[in-house]
Design a protein around this ligand. Structure first.
Ligand code: DX5
Ligand code: ZN
Length: 227
């Protein structure tokens, strides 16, 4: 078995889905002091996934209190309706699910027209070939390593292949999109995700379901060779 070791540095994005809402501002500021520059923000419409999360109203409330930017992950059936709601200063990037959109190309253009980075998300059971038309159009591909809908699930090992596949297609095509990975990342799995080729790694419960989230963030960074 050959192991591909990724020498490129990756950044870790805490997912606000697991954040303590009772003391959100303080908690995010603590993580910013530990070096977080980007938070992941999940949006769920109760249809594409059987759960609700992530109104733009929360971002409006929180953005005056943070320096970091937000990466918005839309798990919604109707991206064209929802995308404009996230035209907010602190939003760096918006991703849409390859399974959801009727017209991905149009929706990626809409995201770009808001001056946000545009990404496409793929679920663990979705055929990887469905990404083919988009490799040259996206700023990033988000490879889901759990079935989307909730935090705290176990990483699906087979989904690591999706990361390697995207890295291989990127080389072959000579494009420069980033590879983002989301779901089940913790201290036991982060190295396999990084080695497979991840550039941006989401971690929710592994950071926030911890007595000291900043320390958990530092430990994850240490494991992938940062600092
Ligand atoms: C799951 C979400 C994830 C979630 C990850 O559908 O897309 O962003 O917050 O949580 P963990 O890291 O706990 O698996
Ligand atoms: Zn997510």
């Amino acid at each position: 078995v050959s192991t591909q070791i990724n020498k490129n540095p990756a950044i870790i994005m805490p997912s606000l889905l697991s954040a303590p809402f009772a003391r959100l501002g303080d908690s995010l500021n603590e993580l910013e002091r530990a070096g977080v520059s980007l938070f992941h923000y999940d949006v769920m419409d109760g249809h594409f996934v059987p759960n609700l999360a992530g109104s733009p109203g929360i971002i409006k409330k929180i953005q005056p209190h943070i320096q970091a930017q937000l990466d918005v992950h839309l798990m919604v059936d109707d991206p064209p309706r929802v995308i404009p709601w996230f035209d907010l200063d602190s939003v760096r990037s918006i991703s849409i699910q390859v399974e959801a959109s009727q017209d991905l190309e149009r929706d990626l253009c809409t995201i770009r027209s808001l001056n946000k980075k545009a990404g496409v998300v793929i679920n663990p059971l979705t055929c990887l070939e469905s990404l083919e038309p988009f490799f040259e159009q996206v700023d990033y591909i988000l490879v889901m390593t759990v079935h989307p809908g909730e935090g705290g699930q176990k990483l699906i090992k087979k989904a690591l292949y999706g990361i390697k596949y995207c890295a291989k297609r990127r080389d072959e095509l000579g494009c420069n999109f980033l590879i983002q990975v989301d779901g089940g990342v913790n201290q036991d799995t982060i190295c396999s995700v990084h080695d497979a080729g991840a550039d941006e790694i989401v971690a929710g419960s592994a950071i926030f379901d911890n007595d000291n989230p900043a320390e958990a963030f530092n430990n994850l960074n240490h494991l992938i060779g940062n600092q």
